[in-house]
Unconditional design. Structure first.
Lengths: 409, 291
């Protein structure tokens, strides 16, 4: 699959571009939608994409990554979206958070979008990365990289155990079981066993063994670059898994598990593989999240966080990698904007009936989410994609996008 | 001995609350295949409605308490029926989207409760008798436990009677078995859907008022914390089985209480381990049908 191999770089044309360059954004998303159509076609035709277009995608993707990488050195202002010019630590922190959430949403996309596993316990692995690294750095006197390796090992074991038990059931029961395990982790961290996790207060990052370059507000740009690397790596791994042989079997499991079994393949093992890969990616994102936030709070393990990831993926569009990325960025920016809106003077002056709903960001996000599920199948990417099609194709596309979600059971 | 009696009765009281949430969840899942994440919000709204009523009518007599139970149940039922009518009905047979809509509703409603009643817990009081204790076999047991247990038993008996003896109960049971067959017989099964949601919401609202007396507070997070255990109860009991939910709620709550006392507050983990064991050896739950 030549098309798939070129994807990570070419599609990595970054979505924050949508945030940074308003006019270029439309072109970028349209190109994405076209790219996805081509991809789907490519799967059937055996990768017959035109060479020129591939080159264009490579170039655009590379330029996007370069632009993102240069942002900390530039002085661009986006009033209303970013708190200040792009080189300031506040903006870089927010952009890095957007990229990390996009990466976390991508790891969830691997479960929900590719394999059709509706997990309500994905926060367990993200939180295991956050708390695992935090506790290890706090307890043992070892450098950052070995500590990260140790955390990954622990997460691999954890994901195998939970996956092996949870995947014995499918569909809605699977959702409940993963939820129960994640909740157990959440409770464990809240209980503060052995004074290791700091309980409800959370854990402060132990900085003794960290490299200088990752500490302090002045070095936020290094963390920003680290977040960018994590996003690129997660994107590459997700693409690789999705278009590998295992990924094709996983997609087949999503469509019809019985048929896969009749062919003689083992859905259980494939699902377990995807579950573990998704968990490991989420924990890697969690580790960088710990460094960026300089601390851990129990919320990163809670069912709320899993639901946040689910909302991101669905807002962006289930089944599309770009949907996960756009959803993650869109949600993070909107959440940040709504929170500052809630504290603004304009809201405080309104009568109660308007003030109370508007001052609760989650109320607005929850309502928006319901509206997207009811009226916008395929989320943001789906809507953009449909806008570029003719009327007849549009109806087909809507049906297909609804199907993509329904297969996820 | 007195410790064991105390733990058992307290556990039964907690189990009663689990059952009130899980019965609705299980019925809704059995009939419609909907995993209702908003069920906790029905409970929370019921609890707040009961509290608002009791606060206005004077919190310390029995009539107000019974009134608050009724208000909680009615508000829960109305909210649930509204949810079914406005959100779920548009998405028949699209189970994942139904789950997503209820997830969105629970996010939005909990945030709204936060905005209206504040995020802090509000301490409540009931009839003075609730604060007193009754001695059974040497154990001093708080009286509100008995109220929760009695209410849950009444709800269980009422539901069983309704399902076995009435026409609508029969339609619901038939719908759980085979919805297409019921539709083919010319019965509008959608009415049964709204009805099941209303019943589940009423049980949850009732459970909300009782839970607020059991824990002696109301807060927007009351429903969410009970909902997780109610999910575990429905999976262990077998999805769609009312009797299974009743047995599993008692088992889960007792396990939790005893483990919390004898095994250093590890109740929540013991419950999750029990869930894992049930899934390993009996994936369809205690009384669930083989899928």
């Amino acid at each position: 699959m030549t098309t798939s191999k070129t994807d990570p770089q070419s599609e990595a044309q970054p979505d924050p571009q949508q945030a940074t360059a308003g006019s270029a954004a439309q072109g970028a998303t349209a190109a994405t939608a076209a790219g996805q159509r081509r991809n789907r076609k490519g799967q059937h035709d055996g990768g017959a994409a035109a060479g020129g277009r591939t080159l264009l995608k490579w170039g655009a993707g590379g330029a996007g990554v370069v632009l993102l990488a240069l942002l900390p050195l530039l002085n661009l202002s986006l009033p209303g979206v970013l708190p200040g010019p792009t080189y300031t630590p506040g903006s870089l922190q927010l952009l890095a958070m957007c990229m990390l959430m996009a990466a976390a949403a991508l790891s969830y996309h691997l479960l929900l979008g590719v394999t059709g596993l509706l997990s309500f316990g994905h926060a367990l692995y993200f939180g295991a990365g956050v708390y695992g690294l935090g506790v290890i750095l706090d307890t043992f006197d070892i450098p950052l990289l070995p500590a990260m390796g140790l955390t990954l090992l622990l997460v691999i074991v954890l994901a195998h155990v939970v996956g092996a038990v949870g995947l014995r059931v499918t569909g809605i029961p699977f959702a409940m079981v993963t939820l129960a395990f994640a909740e157990a982790g959440h409770v464990l961290v809240g209980r503060n066993p052995g004074q290791a996790t700091g309980g409800e207060e959370g854990l402060t990052l132990a900085t003794d063994n960290l490299p200088e370059a990752l500490l302090g507000v002045a070095n936020t740009r290094n963390l920003y670059w680290l977040a960018l690397i994590v996003l690129l790596v997660v994107f590459a791994v997700v693409t690789w898994v999705q278009f590998s042989r295992a990924g094709h079997v996983a997609a087949a499991v999503r469509e019809n598990e019985l048929r896969v079994r009749v062919i003689g393949l083992q859905p259980y093992l494939i699902k377990l593989l995807v579950f573990v890969v998704g968990g490991v990616l989420a924990s890697a994102v969690g580790m960088v999240y710990l460094l960026l936030q300089s601390g851990a709070v129990p919320r990163s393990l809670s069912a709320d966080f899993t639901i946040t990831l689910l909302v991101m993926v669905v807002l962006g569009g289930v089944g599309s990698r770009w949907g996960a990325i756009i959803g993650g960025v869109f949600y993070t920016l909107l959440d940040q904007r709504l929170t500052s809106l809630a504290q603004s003077e304009a809201i405080a002056g309104l009568p109660d009936i308007l003030r109370i709903p508007l001052s609760e960001p989650l109320f607005i996000l929850g309502t928006l989410f319901i509206l997207v599920v009811l009226f916008l199948p395929g989320g943001i990417t789906g809507a953009v994609q449909r806008a570029t099609l003719s009327r007849g194709q549009r109806r087909q596309a809507a049906a297909r996008q609804r199907q993509a979600l329904e297969n996820a059971e | 001995m007195s410790t064991i009696v105390l733990l058992t009765v307290t556990g039964l009281g907690l189990g009663a609350l689990y059952f009130l949430v899980a019965s609705g969840l299980s019925l809704i899942y059995g009939l419609m295949g909907v995993l209702n994440f908003a069920h906790g919000s029905f409970l929370t709204l019921g609890a707040f409605a009961g509290w608002e009523f009791a606060r206005r009518a004077g919190a310390d007599n029995w009539w107000t308490f019974l009134g608050s139970l009724l208000v909680g149940a009615v508000v829960g039922a109305l909210f649930a029926a509204f949810t079914e009518f406005v959100l779920i009905r548009r998405l028949y047979e699209r189970h994942i989207e139904q789950v997503l809509v209820t997830v969105g509703l629970s996010l939005a409603s909990v945030a709204l409760f936060d905005g209206i009643w504040g995020t802090d817990t509000i301490h409540i009081s009931g009839p003075a008798w609730f604060r007193e204790t009754t001695g059974i076999l040497g154990a001093q047991i708080a009286n509100d436990r008995f109220v929760a247990i009695i209410a849950a038993v009444i709800v269980l008996l009422g539901l069983v009677f309704f399902l076995k003896r009435t026409r609508y109960g029969m339609i619901i049971r038939a719908g759980v078995e085979s919805r297409s067959m019921v539709t083919a017989l010319g019965i509008d099964v959608r009415k049964a859907f709204t009805l099941v949601f209303a019943i589940g919401g009423a049980a949850a609202g009732l459970g909300g008022v009782l839970a607020s007396h059991y824990f002696q507070y109301v807060s927007p997070l009351l429903g969410g914390s009970l909902l997780i255990f109610a999910f575990i109860v429905t999976v262990i009991g077998g999805l769609g089985s009312l009797t299974g939910a009743a047995i599993a709620s008692v088992v889960v709550a007792l396990l939790q209480q005893f483990a919390n006392f004898y095994l250093n507050g590890t109740g929540d983990f013991v419950v999750v381990v029990a869930l894992a064991l049930v899934l390993l050896f009996r994936p369809s739950g205690l009384l669930g049908r083989k899928s």
